[in-house]
Ligand binder design. Structure first.
Ligand SMILES: *Cc1c(COP(=O)(O)O)cnc(C)c1O
Length: 397
């Protein structure tokens, strides 16, 4: 069959199956919208009524406790967004200007931006088909090929730069192979910083994502599973690190009744109490939200079972995912133009659909970044389509 005809048939079938899962689009079904079903309005109003809208307040403290509890860590530090959380997390994990930071090429640009803003250089490694996350086997093989242990750390023999940490990202909420990655990291003496921006509420072998690294970053952007409007958090079990995170994110001011003395160039990365109020109300709904999203995922599996064009990505073995975004992975032998035909057609029919991010090494400012071979990421790039995934869709139709 001619490729155009094949594509048309594929689109028709995908649309029919989407309708069976979501019902008619009634205009437009977005990819992911926030849901406010708890005390949001009351808590935000309380900030306004009391005047505690800005950088300190009881909701910030409560929110930090709630986020740490959800991530299974001892400490949480709320910051303005997930990117700032990643940047500070990497810095406090020891990333210095001129270092290389290992991360997947298949990630959102913020992971690489956070390293870049510290003066570090992202170093891209391939992903695994079964998790969509950083592949421990590819990572181990690559490090054996290019790295050299020196007294002050691991070095890239090809660039002469120190490699200071590895940043797994839990793609669309699915935990990366944390056993495998932890093993490789300890073999090479690398610190793990988890980019857990998408995986709040996800578990790996019973343990929450965000609790595996020395430190992890969570995002509360409007499109994430729960939101503070904009926001992020650093979570860790390391008390000293948490203390430093709080200090650095709040202008590094030394506590004093009236004097303005700062002991290093700090950041103004604090999360306003207003946003934390929204966050406290949202965190109370997290477990129910995960349950709804898992229900929606099951409906997608049913609706797309037996679909020749591809399969819905399922949580990896041992993982319990928050199914932040439902992902159709097109069949390996799919035609070159299939993905874009589907993206055009699904969006035109009112079902918002998105490809995966442009791989980091293709962005103009990273084309010279060090990298391992990326065959799996490059294959996934032409096969991934994300489908509408808002929690409320679980109860639609
Ligand atoms: C959302 C996201 C971030 C950044 O979070 P912001 O709060 O938007 O700054 C970082 N990494 C990944 C993988 C994300 O999806």
């Amino acid at each position: 069959m001619d490729e155009t005809l094949k594509n048309t048939a594929l689109l028709e079938e995908a649309l029919e199956r989407l309708r069976s899962v979501l019902g008619p689009s009634d205009g437009f079904i977005p990819l992911h919208v926030p849901e406010f079903l708890g005390e949001e309005r009351a808590l935000v109003a309380n900030c306004i009524d009391t005047g505690w809208v800005s950088s300190v307040g009881a909701y910030v403290d409560q929110f930090e406790r709630d986020v740490a509890a959800a991530c299974g860590t001892a400490y949480g530090v709320a910051v303005v967004n997930g990117t700032a959380a990643l940047e500070l997390g990497m810095k406090l994990a020891g990333v210095q200007a001129g270092d290389e930071v290992i991360m997947p090429a298949l990630t959102f640009v913020a992971t690489a931006n956070a390293a870049h803003h510290l003066g570090a250089i992202p170093h891209f490694v391939d992903s695994a088909l079964d998790t969509l996350g950083l592949d421990p086997v590819a990572l181990g093989a690559h490090l054996r090929r290019i790295s050299q242990a020196r007294p002050d750390g691991l070095y890239n023999r090809e660039t002469g730069r120190r490699i200071s940490c590895v940043v797994p990202m839990h793609v669309f909420g699915h935990p990366a192979d944390l056993d495998g990655l932890t093993g490789v990291a300890s073999e090479f003496g690398l610190t793990i910083v988890e980019d857990a921006a998408e995986s709040l509420g996800s578990r790996y072998k019973g343990r929450a994502c965000g609790s595996f690294g020395r430190v992890a970053a969570v995002s509360f952007n409007g499109n994430k599973i729960v939101t503070t409007g904009g926001g992020g958090a650093i979570v860790t079990d390391d008390e000293a690190l948490a203390r430093r995170a709080k200090h650095l994110s709040t202008t590094a001011k030394i506590a004093h009744p009236w004097a303005f003395v700062h002991d290093e160039p700090g950041y103004n990365y604090r999360l306003p109490n207003l946003n934390a109020a929204l966050g406290v109300a949202q965190m109370a709904q997290l477990s129910g939200r995960v349950e709804k999203k898992r229900r929606l995922a099951r409906r997608y599996f049913d609706g797309f079972s037996g679909f020749d064009g591809g399969t819905l990505f399922a949580e990896p073995e041992g993982a319990e995912s928050n199914y932040w975004l439902n992902t159709l992975v097109l069949a390996p032998d799919i035609g070159e133009t299939a993905r874009d035909t589907l993206l055009d057609g699904l969006n035109a029919a009112g079902y918002m659909a998105r490809p995966v991010w442009t791989l980091m090494h293709r962005l103009s400012f990273h084309t010279h970044a060090p990298r391992a071979p990326l065959p799996v990421a490059e294959d996934l790039e032409r096969r991934i389509i994300n489908l509408p995934s808002s929690a409320m869709l679980a109860d639609r139709a």
